[in-house]
Design a protein around this ligand. Sequence first.
Ligand SMILES: C[C@@H](Oc1cc(-c2cccc(S(C)(=O)=O)c2)cnc1N)c1cc(F)ccc1N1NC=CN1
Length: 327
Amino acid sequence: SGSVTTQYNPNYEFGGIVTTIADLQHIPREQLRLVKALGQGAFGEVYQGCYRQRPCDTVEMPVAVKTLQEMTVKQAEDDFLTEALIMSKFNHPNIVHFIGVCFDKTPKFIILELLTGGDLKNFLRESRPKPDRPSPITMKDLLFIAIDIARGCRYLEEKRFIHRDIAARNCLLTTKGPGRVAKIADFGMSRDIYRADYYRKDGKAMLPVKWMPPEAFLEGIFSSKTDVWSFGILLWEIMKMGFMPYTGCTNKEVMDLVVQGGRLERPENCPGPIYGIMASCWHPQPEDRPTFATILERLGYCGQDPDVTTAPLPMFYLNVSSERDTT
Ligand SMILES: C[C@@H](Oc1cc(-c2cccc(S(C)(=O)=O)c2)cnc1N)c1cc(F)ccc1N1NC=CN1
């Protein structure tokens, strides 16, 4: 008989319920139209597309389409499926909505809600006040973005799901304008670990060390307190409007610094209460870090404090190119 390919069919367990590929919403490919490339994802190009919910429909819904490139290794196929299974189980306004998959033939697609504000890191950098152009956003806007992501993280904490890569690059905005909503929109790291229980890519070089607490990068211990530490780093990214944390340091230098108690400094113009929250996320002992419920409470108070919401944004004079995102 011909070679038997063992079809990887993961049973994904979340919240006590087991899900498999058969449970995923399958979208007929002909109801999908790819419009323009948005950029490279881990498996292949990500597109903006249009989805007609019923063949006879004339109305189309804008969507994001993650594609799995045609010539790919089996491992990537399995990772792609696992990512779809993970995202299909979430149901929260601050986590990107999963619409469905096209897995009937290649290229395979994962179809997601399209967030036309793009990713948070780029938005923060674009929104910096310049000498000739005041910022289009205020400290209050930054605080509301932080509150949105904290809500998404609290939902994951309640579901006992560890994200492992909370960072501005993995968050998106529904729009750049007022009324924007921030969402957690990439689950690549938690997918890798779910499938392998360790980081199987080429070793530590790929790990987001600058967003990780000591017990994670030293002993591989992960919990929701790992995500709390990362959220503290994300809060710093927000207050620094998209700077790279520990600018100019290598991962090794950051690990040594953090183990010795070194921490990111209070960003210029960052209100004290907000710096107090991020600093509390960086307790050396995981159990001394707050829960996301507590973080949300404290961010809520900041939102009611005029000294915080009316604080000026930092000024940026030179376009420091060294902020490129090298983890
Ligand atoms: C997978 C992809 O998902 C999306 C990207 C964009 C999106 C990304 C960039 C620009 C625009 S926009 C402003 O042209 O609408 C929309 C909008 N909606 C998505 N659901 C994504 C999720 C993230 F959490 C972070 C980055 C990306 N990517 N992947 C490739 C590029 N970004």
